[in-house]
Write a protein that binds this ligand. Structure first.
Ligand SMILES: *[C@@H]1O[C@H](CO)[C@@H](O)[C@H](O)[C@H]1NC(C)=O
Ligand SMILES: *[C@@H]1O[C@H](CO)[C@@H](O)[C@H](O)[C@H]1NC(C)=O
Ligand SMILES: *[C@@H]1O[C@H](CO)[C@@H](O)[C@H](O)[C@H]1NC(C)=O
Ligand SMILES: *[C@@H]1O[C@H](CO)[C@@H](O)[C@H](O)[C@H]1NC(C)=O
Ligand SMILES: *[C@@H]1O[C@H](CO)[C@@H](O)[C@H](O)[C@H]1NC(C)=O
Ligand SMILES: *[C@@H]1O[C@H](CO)[C@@H](O)[C@H](O)[C@H]1NC(C)=O
Ligand SMILES: *[C@@H]1O[C@H](CO)[C@@H](O)[C@H](O)[C@H]1NC(C)=O
Ligand SMILES: *[C@@H]1O[C@H](CO)[C@@H](O)[C@H](O)[C@H]1NC(C)=O
Ligand SMILES: *[C@@H]1O[C@H](CO)[C@@H](O)[C@H](O)[C@H]1NC(C)=O
Ligand SMILES: *[C@@H]1O[C@H](CO)[C@@H](O)[C@H](O)[C@H]1NC(C)=O
Ligand SMILES: *[C@@H]1O[C@H](CO)[C@@H](O)[C@H](O)[C@H]1NC(C)=O
Ligand SMILES: *[C@@H]1O[C@H](CO)[C@@H](O)[C@H](O)[C@H]1NC(C)=O
Length: 625
């Protein structure tokens, strides 16, 4: 007898003896359960052979992929199957001990949720999210009275219910997720939910829910259990449902974003607040930021963006020491930005943009704590009325990736230590009153992709050094300054730009042509502004394929070829273009040809023979001689 055979025999004995129940040995699944799985596999389509381990020759189905057995009894008690299609065979019913069934992320052949699932009464966990089912959810799921987790989420939005009463027998249910299931017919959804005594986590996002007024929901049984509530993306309007939500004692996570709530954010009556995450964004709340928010000391995430909130942020914000995300953009907040914000040690993302903050930047951000400087990754203060200088400390934000300060009243110079922001990807300073030179240190921003400094009063000369290490730069927008570019004509820049806006720059004085190094950017570039730069000569033919092209106010001459379908915005006014008017591409939205010297036949201009419609919204032809 050879060794291999001995080994096999040994395994066989070990297996067969272990069907009793000593621990530490391999337990095989019962034959009936194995056969159920074999039949189940036969109904599925499995082109990429994900179930290759489901081999009928293998005695023990507990070894099969996605199959888990109880280690004492050998019964199959967990089944996880993904990326399959085909039919679901009711042979699963033989798995009498099945507790966990995860059929999420499949593409079963466009079938309804099979009713037999309602007979798998041992199930404690059922996840059929995004499994390709459509139509009405069968009430029989309400028979699975051992369920603690039920996930019916459906991002394809093809599931609906005619009522939700069937849920009310699921008294052990702790986690319910029906995101994107159409619940518009379940008008008593709140009463049903309210009677689920164990519920901890409820996700009903984008379910077409509308609050009907007298329904004062979510009040009794779950007041003390519910910890996670997501009702975002519905059509709630009335504050009465909101008041009841704010009475939940145990809430940790609340998402009511993207509804139609209007009026003041209600007050909270209970004294302790356990919230860690609150999202009320994209509603019509018009009060101040409520005082109770500053008592929720565990808050990590606050999003109130896109409302009508007024008045100042309280300096009690200092108490929210766990805060890592604060989004208050697009409101009507005003006053000073409390300097306490710049001491919050965990802050990663701070967005106060599009408000009415009026302040010296140095008052709020002039004395930032080291931990704040170290943790901040995203800072947006754009579109406010902030004045004063950019303090040197901005150069010490070691983790900063995005800095948006555009459309304010900032003055003074760009501090040269901004070059130390080695993680910076986006630097937005446009539409301010910044003066002085662009520091050479900008050339050290190895990760910079967007440099937006247009519409300031910057001056001086930029050389190749300024760009030396900007290998990732995609967008340089700097029109509307008093800047000069001085690079050699055979410069080979390290970047591949998508956008270059140098309007009103000095590119070399009268008589300069379109810089030849631009040819190196041909591949990706979609947006070029060289207006009012004094350039002359002929436009290279590849330029006419650039979707956003602004060349007005120069000395350019020659014919304009037929405008291609890739062109969207073309500003060519006040040059010396001549010849006949070009044929206009169907996709052009804005075309300015004014103050040039066209002549000749114009029968083809805007009279193309194809029957597609023009997208043209603005056409300027004034001053054509
Ligand atoms: C098998 O396990 C059960 C439950 O753990 C135990 O009650 C029973 O005594 C065990 N039987 C044997 C033969 O070990
Ligand atoms: C059996 O499974 C339980 C629960 O998963 C685990 O705690 C236990 O350690 C396992 N026993 C053996 C012998 O593997
Ligand atoms: C399913 O497919 C996706 C995408 O191909 C893959 O990322 C995932 O790991 C697969 N899941 C399983 C359980 O095979
Ligand atoms: C349900 O399945 C989805 C997709 O596989 C997964 O992302 C989600 O976490 C699961 N839900 C629960 C509660 O386990
Ligand atoms: C569902 O449960 C009810 C009540 O327990 C029972 O009468 C009915 O037979 C069950 N339906 C199925 C299909 O198991
Ligand atoms: C809930 O269960 C009880 C008894 O188990 C049954 O009579 C009743 O019909 C069930 N209700 C629903 C809505 O399934
Ligand atoms: C939701 O269901 C209602 C009632 O069946 C229907 O009128 C509505 O169009 C559905 N909404 C969506 C987004 O499918
Ligand atoms: C839920 O609360 C109502 C009213 O307080 C009560 O009558 C009912 O018995 C409670 N249900 C459960 C399951 O606790
Ligand atoms: C807030 O909105 C409510 C409801 O639209 C309105 O009645 C109230 O006057 C508004 N309050 C303020 C301060 O704008
Ligand atoms: C903030 O904390 C301080 C000191 O712990 C305390 O005196 C103050 O009342 C708190 N403010 C709020 C709004 O909780
Ligand atoms: C570019 O980077 C290299 C290596 O990091 C460095 O030695 C050099 O000084 C940088 N050049 C400029 C102009 O910043
Ligand atoms: C003209 O429009 C009609 C209707 O939109 C379309 O069927 C036909 O193919 C178009 N003809 C051309 C030449 O584009």
């Amino acid at each position: 007898m050879n060794v291999a055979l001995l080994f096999l025999l040994f395994c066989y004995f070990k297996l067969s003896y272990s069907i009793g129940n000593s621990s530490n040995t391999i337990i095989a699944c019962p034959e009936a359960e194995k056969q159920a799985l074999v039949s189940f596999k036969q109904s599925l389509k499995d082109p990429s052979n994900l179930l290759s381990s489901w081999n009928n020759g293998d005695v023990n189905c507990c070894n099969w992929k996605g199959v888990y057995c109880n280690n004492l009894t050998g019964h199959v008690d967990e089944l996880y199957l993904q990326n399959l299609s085909g039919k679901i065979n009711p042979s699963l019913l033989s798995l009498k001990h099945l507790k966990y069934l995860d059929l999420s992320q499949n593409r079963f052949d466009e079938t309804m949720i099979p009713s037999f699932i309602g007979s798998l009464t041992s199930l404690e966990y059922l996840n059929i999210s995004d499994a390709g089912f459509y139509g009405k959810i069968p009430h029989i799921i309400g028979n699975l009275s051992n369920l603690h987790t039920l996930v019916l989420e459906d991002n394809s939005e093809s599931l609906e219910v005619d009522s939700l009463e069937w849920l009310s027998n699921l008294s052990k249910l702790e986690h319910l997720n029906m995101n994107s299931v159409n619940l518009s017919k379940a008008t008593n959804w709140a009463q049903v939910i309210n009677e689920l005594p164990s519920l901890i986590e409820l996700h009903l996002s984008s379910c077409n829910l509308i609050s009907t007024d007298p329904l004062n929901v979510i009040a009794n049984n779950i007041t003390n259990s519910l910890a996670i509530l997501d009702l975002s993306g519905n059509k709630f309007k009335s504050l009465s449902i909101l008041r009841s939500i704010f009475q939940l004692n145990n809430l940790i996570f609340l998402d009511l974003s993207d509804n139609s709530f209007e009026g003041p954010i209600p007050s909270i009556t209970n004294t302790s607040c356990k919230l860690q995450h609150i999202d009320l964004s994209l509603n019509y709340f018009n009060s101040t930021i409520p005082d109770w928010l500053y008592i929720c000391k565990d808050l990590e995430f606050v999003n109130l963006r896109g409302n009508l909130l007024q008045n100042a942020i309280s300096n009690s914000i200092a108490n929210l020491t766990s805060l890592n995300t604060l989004y208050l953009s697009t409101n009507k907040l005003s006053g000073k930005i409390p300097r306490e914000i710049a001491n919050l040690c965990k802050m990663k993302r701070l967005d106060l943009s599009e408000n009415k903050f009026k302040d010296k930047l140095s008052d709020s951000f002039g004395n930032m704590s080291d931990c704040f400087l170290g943790s901040l990754e995203f800072l947006s203060l754009r579109v406010n009325q902030l004045s004063g200088h950019l303090v040197d400390q901005f150069g010490e934000m070691k983790s900063l990736k995005n800095l948006y300060l555009g459309t304010n009243l900032l003055s003074g110079a760009i501090p040269s230590n901004l070059g130390k922001l080695s993680s910076l990807e986006y630097l937005g300073l446009r539409s301010n009153k910044l003066t002085g030179n662009i520091p050479k240190s900008v050339g050290q921003l190895l990760n910079l992709q967007y440099l937006l400094i247009g519409d300031n009063m910057l001056e001086g000369v930029l050389t190749e050094t300024h760009f030396a290490n900007l290998t990732k730069l995609k967008f340089l927008a700097a029109s509307g300054n008093h800047l000069t570019l001085n690079v050699s004509s055979n410069w080979s820049p390290p970047f591949k730009l998508e956008g270059l806006r140098l309007g009103s720059w000095n590119l070399g004085g009268v008589g300069t042509h379109i810089p030849s190094w631009l040819e190196t950017q041909k591949k990706n570039i979609k947006d070029v502004d060289l207006s009012n730069t004094g350039i002359s000569g002929i436009v290279p033919s590849w330029f006419w394929e650039i979707p956003y092209l602004f060349l007005s106010g120069n000395q350019l001459h020659g014919n304009i070829p037929d405008i291609s379908d890739s062109s969207l915005f073309l500003g060519l006014s006040s040059n010396k273009f001549s010849g006949s008017l070009p044929r206009v591409g169907n996709n052009v939205i804005k075309l300015d040809l004014s103050n040039n010297s066209f002549s000749g036949d114009m029968s083809h201009f805007l009279c193309d023979t194809t029957n597609q419609t023009y997208q043209l919204e603005i056409l300027r032809l004034g001053g054509i001689t």
